[in-house]
Design a protein around this ligand. Structure first.
Ligand code: PAF
Length: 283
């Protein structure tokens, strides 16, 4: 496995791969790799892509300095996981290379408009602009490619798809299903900060999604079930909603068809997200 940190080398390597006829896959991560990331690598390898996995904890997308400090950094573990999962090239750019003006923001940023102000964006102002900016830079360095993202961060995936569409970037965005532990908890680098008791409470997120999916009735009924299930387990509710899977706008009670249930909550100071498809109306 090749390791790159230099931005020019990154670009050159990806160009060479394409010249030799390969399809380049980018798996962008912030490290603390887990089975969710491994699933993205596997999905890329199953399609025969050459996989570049980037690890860069982007400080600009953290609105809370405490959260940034607590974000797990596990370089040795990441190296071992990347090797074991068949990553072809591990890219670890430095903060100075990515954001030379840090802690000042870059002069040029990507702004994603209303989609970035919903849900996570309402609670973390500027978060999605910062994600869009770093992802655009990762795409620019990699060049024409397929980029693999987990559906766990569903709004992030929608934002990235919008950026690619709006800016006509030569990147095929591939969304991969949420990966869960056996008990149903969606895998996240933040889960390692939960105690045993916190983890049991956190299971309310996936339980809420299952209840909402298995229920019948309009979006408002499903929303109420989501909220009730989180509250029963003392999860501090960030938001719950049932939304259009593409625009992420809330479904009204007349809506019928495939929708997406979104939940966010805080347990022991750890912010947790989950989501799942469901069918509303007409069941
Ligand atoms: O999902 C993440 O790990 C990050 O938000 C991403 C996409 C790597 C951008 O920093």
């Amino acid at each position: 496995m090749l390791k790159i940190s230099d931005l020019d080398e990154w670009r050159t390597y990806a160009n060479q791969l394409r010249s030799s006829g390969a399809t380049v896959a980018l798996v962008p991560t912030m490290g603390a790799l887990h089975e969710g990331h491994v699933a993205l690598v596997r999905a890329a390898k199953d399609r025969g892509d050459v996989v570049m996995l980037s690890v860069f904890v982007n400080p600009l997308q953290f609105d809370d300095s405490g959260d940034l400090e607590r974000y797990p950094r596990t370089p040795e573990h990441d190296l071992a996981v990347a090797l074991a999962s068949g990553v072809d090239c591990l890219v670890e750019p430095s903060l100075g290379a990515m954001w030379p003006r840090y802690p000042a923001p870059t002069s040029t940023t990507v702004s994603v408009g209303p989609l970035g102000a919903l849900f996570e964006g309402a609670q973390r102002p500027g978060h999605f602009d910062a994600v869009a900016t770093v992802v655009t830079k990762l795409f620019a360095l990699t060049g024409p490619s397929r980029a693999y993202f987990g559906e766990k961060d569903y709004q992030q995936l929608a934002v990235v798809r919008q950026v690619v569409r709006d800016l006509a970037l030569d990147v095929e965005v591939v969304g991969c299903a949420v990966v869960r532990d056996d008990d149903g908890l969606a895998l996240s680098s933040r889960n390692r900060r939960l105690s045993g008791e916190g983890r049991s409470r956190a299971l309310a997120l996936s339980r809420a999604l299952t209840r909402a999916r298995d229920a019948t009735g309009p979006a408002s009924t499903r929303r109420a079930l989501l909220r009730e299930t989180l509250e029963e387990s003392d999860v501090e509710v960030g938001y719950v909603d049932v939304v259009d899977p593409v625009t992420l706008l809330p479904c009204d009670d007349g809506a019928s068809g495939v929708a997406r249930a979104l939940v966010a909550g805080v347990v022991e100071g750890v912010r947790l997200l989950d989501n799942a498809p469901l069918t509303v109306g007409g069941r």
